[in-house]
Write a protein that binds this ligand. Structure first.
Ligand SMILES: *[C@@H]1O[C@H](CO)[C@@H](O)[C@H](O)[C@H]1NC(C)=O
Ligand SMILES: *[C@@H]1O[C@H](CO)[C@@H](O)[C@H](O)[C@H]1NC(C)=O
Length: 302
């Protein structure tokens, strides 16, 4: 009896031990707004008022156009030549950051505003949800795996999760087509975001060694060769460096390399290891020993 209990305890310890400790954060919460040039976002009063609570990234870049491939890039390290917003189902040879997270016992969710139901695969619901802004549903390794697909949830699940004392290690939060600025303006989107974020930052389950990343999918101006957009790091993970500006060159691929570097998750072997496109947010790189590459002339990314 005692022997059995002892071995169960050992087993439990072994399972726990497999989950790596995040070197810079225990949770990352990514929010994408839509189609806004850097200058416009950088002069938006609602966004500027958040600068003092975080780190402004003034050298952050989309990787192509239109919207959807930038979302693919952010979770898969490539957009696989799909430069459109049509529905695609990438077969089971296409891994994403989800595979890297789950392999180490880390948890994730895709929170989607106005998603009609858990694991909904439709393109548009005649509501405010758009599949092109939910990259997870396009990968068969997620959408055709019932257990995994349960992590693609209507955004109302966030409050339920927090009330239960739960925040996944990795969250991707997609505001609806109005709140993300796509069908509205950056002022509308930034006002939505400020109102959304404030209660989260004072929620102890949410703001618990948490890095919030606010950025955009792409620049609005397709003639901007560098696809320059604004990034903003918030949450208690950056509390010691708030009210600073980081001018390191970053792209949507940095969203994967920052996660893999933080937890030591390996890589997808795509642009998530393609320097300098894969530069890691510098406060994380400083803690993990990742060597970023300085960029004087950003490569064409449109
Ligand atoms: C998230 O990751 C950390 C390691 O950084 C772990 O200790 C924690 O339990 C995880 N939290 C959740 C909700 O999975
Ligand atoms: C914060 O995270 C720690 C470590 O993962 C956990 O033990 C603690 O319960 C969390 N606090 C809240 C309020 O969720």
């Amino acid at each position: 009896m005692f022997k059995k209990l002892a071995s169960l305890a050992l087993l439990a310890a072994a399972v726990t031990a497999q989950v790596p400790k995040g070197k810079a954060f225990d949770h990352i919460f990514i929010v994408f707004l839509e189609n806004t040039d850097y200058d416009l976002a950088n002069s938006d009063p609602n966004l500027r008022s958040l600068f003092s609570s975080g780190v402004a990234l003034n050298n952050y870049h989309g990787v192509t156009h239109p919207s959807q491939p930038n979302y693919f890039a952010a979770i898969a390290g490539d957009y696989f030549g799909y430069k459109d917003d049509n529905a695609h189902n990438l077969d089971t040879s296409y891994k994403t950051v989800v595979d890297l997270l789950e392999a180490k016992g880390l948890t994730w969710r895709s929170y989607q505003e106005n998603l009609p139901s858990v694991c909904y695969t439709g393109t548009s619901s005649k509501s405010l949800y758009y599949r092109k802004h939910n990259p997870f549903i396009s990968f068969d390794l997620i959408s055709k795996d019932a257990t995994r697909c349960k992590n693609i949830v209507p955004s109302t699940q966030l409050q339920t999760d927090l009330q239960a004392g739960y925040l996944p290690n990795y969250s991707f939060y997609t505001p609806n087509i109005k709140n993300d600025g796509h069908d509205t303006t950056v002022g509308y989107a930034s006002k939505w975001f400020s109102g959304f974020l404030a209660p989260l930052l004072s929620n102890p389950t949410f703001n618990n060694n948490t890095l919030v990343v606010l950025t955009f999918d792409e620049a609005d101006d397709y003639t901007d060769k560098t696809n320059h957009i604004l990034g903003l790091l918030l949450g208690d993970a950056v509390k010691n460096i708030k009210n600073t500006v980081d001018s390191t060159f970053y792209t949507q691929y940095s969203l994967i390399s920052t996660v893999t570097s933080n937890w030591g998750l390996g890589n997808l072997g795509r642009n998530d290891i393609n320097k300098p496109l894969s530069n890691v947010f510098s406060f994380v790189a400083a803690l993990t020993g990742y060597q970023n590459v300085a960029v004087t002339n950003p490569p064409p990314l449109n």
